[in-house]
Ligand binder design. Structure first.
Ligand SMILES: [Mn+2]
Length: 375
């Protein structure tokens, strides 16, 4: 019997985004629930048999009851089964977000898979959950899949949260390790994984769906869910990523070579997508003339208002006053004398006060060239 479902994970509902001041952070928090509603609408439109959530639906066990309630409400468009697996952020402790969700009396199509026992779904599929009962389990919670008692002919879908051993980049956290050949050993048709925030076919029959709403600057195919269509037990498996995310997180690094802001502005302009949906991290390195520095700062303020959020790191950007810059400041008396001395400091290799001299020159420049509004 065919079984079609949506695989998603790592919603991280309630993630605070504390680094994003004011409304920018609040909107990122709120969007995660809106994206869940989008998943529910997609599930209805695609007429899937179920949605499985492979852990970390919630960012922590401490999220507010109101947040749990809003999440339940966002599921409403899809009336079929939702199977939730507790992950390392929302483990099934004695008191957890899951015990509180039960107290809120959610509709019966919400299934909290906090026990290592098969969940049978029509039309003939068994979901094998490996819930985490603490943040870090010391043993592979998917072990029981190998000997699970499943009716013959039923589609077998494993549901787990953690790192598939030996398959993720070395930088990944290796907590809650799962055998890399679990899907094959347990005769699974599909292993639905969570914890890695990008979509990834990590091993034969084993997939991370990634987070449906991007939550960090990382180039890893987040912002989608997987639409999985299994023809039958040991039949063909078709997996299609479907984009559902709203915010586009972009990390840009620019090395300035020409003393001008041109490369920075070009890279900001090249960002695809509606700027209002973009969360941008910009790092600029190199040397820039004072005139260009002032115009760059002004341009960045404009971009700041266009993007949902722009964070700028210019720690590696140094002012390199040109002769034109210095001539533009002032050419007489005391100021000229001061400029001459500051210039000498810049020209002296290893001068301990070079940084202060640069800053002073920029301040002089901004002061004398029309209060930061040079032509
Ligand atoms: Mn996780």
């Amino acid at each position: 019997m065919a079984f079609k479902f949506i695989h998603t994970a790592d919603w991280q509902i309630g993630k605070p985004f504390g680094n994003f001041p004011g409304d920018a952070g609040a909107e990122l928090r709120l969007q995660r629930i809106k994206t869940v509603r989008k998943i529910a609408e997609l599930a209805k439109q695609k007429a899937v048999d179920a949605v499985v959530v492979a852990g970390d639906a919630f960012d922590g066990n401490e999220v507010a009851d109101r947040t749990i309630r809003q999440t339940i409400d966002a599921l409403a468009p899809f009336a079929g089964p939702w199977v939730f697996l507790p992950g390392n952020h929302d483990p099934a402790l004695a008191h957890s977000v899951w015990t509180r969700m039960r107290e809120l009396d959610p509709p019966p199509n919400i299934i909290i898979a906090d026990q290592p026992t098969p969940v049978m779904l029509s039309p003939g599929a068994a979901i094998l959950p490996a819930p985490l009962r603490r943040r870090r389990e010391s043993t592979d919670q998917t072990e029981w899949f190998d000997s699970a008692d499943i009716p013959p002919g039923a589609v077998r879908v494993g549901l787990a949260h953690g790192s598939l051993a030996n398959r993720l980049p070395a930088s990944a956290e290796s907590a809650n390790e799962i055998r890399e050949d679990r899907a094959a050993r347990a005769g699974l048709d599909y292993l639905a994984l969570g914890d890695w925030h990008g979509a990834l076919n990590v091993a034969p029959g084993s997939w991370y769906s990634g987070s449906p709403e991007t939550d960090r600057f990382r180039d890893n195919l987040s912002g989608q869910v997987l639409l999985v269509d299994i023809a039958g037990h040991r039949g063909a498996v078709d997996v299609k990523p479907v984009p559902v995310g709203h915010f586009l997180w972009r990390k840009i690094e620019v090395d300035i070579a020409s003393l001008t802001s041109a490369a920075v502005l070009a890279s900001l302009q090249s960002i695809a997508g509606d700027p209002g949906r973009c969360v941008v991290s910009l790092t600029v390195r190199g040397a820039i003339s004072l005139a260009e520095r002032v115009s760059l700062d002004r341009e960045l303020r404009t971009w700041e208002s266009r993007f949902h959020y722009l964070e700028v790191d210019t720690a590696g950007l140094v002012d390199e006053p040109t002769d034109d810059d210095l001539d533009a400041i002032d050419t007489s008396g005391f100021v000229r004398l001061a400029i001459g001395r500051l210039k000498d400091r810049l020209a002296t290799p290893g001068d301990p006060q070079a940084a202060e001299a640069r800053m002073a020159l920029r301040m002089l420049y901004v002061d004398h060239v029309g209060q930061g509004e040079p032509s």
